[in-house]
Ligand binder design. Sequence first.
Ligand SMILES: C[S@@+](CC[C@H](N)C(=O)[O-])C[C@H]1O[C@@H](n2cnc3c(N)ncnc32)[C@H](O)[C@@H]1O
Length: 218
Amino acid sequence: MTSRKKETALEDRGADGARLFSPSAARNRDPIRDVFLKYLPKTGAALEIGSGTGEHAVHIAAAAPRLRWFASDPDGAARASIAAHMAASGLENIDGPHAVDVCEKDWDALLAGPFDAVVSINMIHIAPFAAAEGLFAGAARLLRRGGRLLLYGPFAQGGVHSAPSNEAFDASLKSRDPRWGVRDLEHDIAPLAQEHAFRREAVVEMPANNFTVVFAKQ
Ligand SMILES: C[S@@+](CC[C@H](N)C(=O)[O-])C[C@H]1O[C@@H](n2cnc3c(N)ncnc32)[C@H](O)[C@@H]1O
């Protein structure tokens, strides 16, 4: 396995052929899967935005065999990695990878909804805020009523970071790209939820000062 660095990955990833391996995915995939499974339906269709290496896609899809998992990423190397992980997994309930960029207008028109869930792990803080806006707008159009939008990552709450390490992370993100940054659940995300008729259902504390945030489409 060789090591390669990608700007948006923010960490050294391993590689085996096209398959990329993210150290943070290896650390966090079990708790993410376990919490997501509580909020995902057992059957139906879930769309993942920004699947990255594809490790979370195969890990969750393996544990939810009756759920159809649609993996996506705008990055070609990420899609090659997702495809290679899908092939290695032998799973038949993963679709894609789809080339979805939530900053593009009407990105949801690429996909045939409705979906029962839309999920995005570690994406909206490593992208311009337009990605969060596009994610909520497209998810609102794609989700059936009562469908859920699940977000995972670091979040501030009420203007306060959850840990000094997240404040430092926020500064480091902004130094790489001033449009990036840890989002605030009240100041940044709540207005999007309100605009697109999502009700916040749960904020689940995760290891390493991260959160899973669950919204339901009304
Ligand atoms: C830090 S990686 C996280 C990957 C994976 N979800 C994980 O947690 O291991 C962020 C991913 O979001 C994708 N991304 C960035 N901007 C995006 C956008 N506008 N629409 C969809 N995905 C985007 C990147 O290509 C990248 O694969």
